[in-house]
Design a binder for this molecule. Structure first.
Ligand code: PAF
Length: 289
């Protein structure tokens, strides 16, 4: 093995002071810091974010924190997958420099009283179905960006509304981090990778493919010149609803910045879908230029 191919030593820490020391040293050395916030259960989608950060930055920090504030009372916080060792190995393989894995009590001490909430963008779609979710996301992401002070932070397009909201938060609060959105990674049959896919049994997984089919149907109709967006939305919904075990939450075509549902086609659009497949909730989207 040549010295160049030796794996980098990755620091794993839960210690805020140690993280701050490393960040300060990197900034002092003029290094570009990239941060990939995650809740663990890392899959090829997360790996692609880490790889992009590795390619673009001098120092790559991954945060791994299953954030209780973004789970509703009836959601899957307790059973959310936590394969921490395998996650560490994946980070190491990509060449991550620092894995920050804070404790819940350190992130949210008993006196914790501050939340970050973005208005407007959070009201519809995921926000309508999960009313406290985005406040939990923006609160933890604001904390993680304050702690890691990255030049760039990497998020997946798969959570389309999330990345739009985080972008808005950074703009509104003058946070200097550039938000980089990386393409959704899919299995070869089109299913978008998600940490929650492990909940799907084989027949639910097959039904989960209806989300991607609905998105492709919207894209193909728009490409073919269909202008009636209400009809396209109905066709997307029908595509999912005719599939066993699928209960649709929404199927829409919206403006990619404001996320407002469109009444007529425009140059850039995003098709958004969400459904419960058996007990598991899946979301997906497709940008349509
Ligand atoms: O996308 C996720 O995994 C989470 O919502 C995030 C951004 C890490 C915040 O907990």
């Amino acid at each position: 093995m040549s010295p160049d191919s030796l794996p980098r030593a990755m620091l794993i820490t839960a210690d805020f002071a140690e993280l701050r020391r490393r960040v300060a040293a990197a900034r002092h050395a003029g290094q570009l810091i990239g941060c990939v916030p995650t809740m663990g259960a890392l899959h090829a989608g997360h790996v692609s974010l880490m790889q992009q950060a590795r390619a673009e930055c001098d120092v790559v920090i991954v945060t791994l924190f299953v954030n209780p504030k973004q789970f509703g009372p009836q959601e899957d916080l307790q059973k959310y997958p936590r394969p921490f060792e395998a996650d560490g190995d994946k980070c190491r393989t990509v060449g991550v420099d620092l894995l920050f894995q804070p404790d819940v009590r350190a992130m949210y001490p008993v006196q914790f009283a501050t939340h970050v909430a973005v208005d407007g963008l959070t009201a519809a779609w995921e926000g309508a179905v999960r009313p406290t979710h985005f406040r939990g996301v923006t609160t933890v992401v604001a904390k993680l960006l304050n702690l890691t002070q990255p030049d760039k932070a990497y998020f997946g397009q798969k959570d389309f509304q999330q990345q739009a909201i985080i972008r808005r938060m950074c703009r509104d609060l003058d946070m200097p981090t550039e938000i980089v959105t990386c393409p959704t990674v899919r299995d070869s049959d089109g299913l978008a990778l998600s940490s929650r896919n492990v909940y799907l049994n084989p027949s639910e997984r097959a039904s989960g493919l209806s989300l991607y089919r609905a998105l492709c149907l919207a894209r193909d109709k728009l490409r073919a010149g269909e202008k009636n967006l209400a009809a396209i939305r109905l066709a997307m919904r029908a595509e999912m609803e005719q599939t066993p075990d699928v209960a649709v939450d929404y199927a829409t075509i919206a403006d990619p910045e404001s996320l407002v549902e469109l009444s007529e086609p425009q140059s850039r659009m995003v098709a958004l879908v969400a459904a419960r497949v058996g007990p598991t909730r899946l979301i997906d989207n497709l940008l349509i230029p």
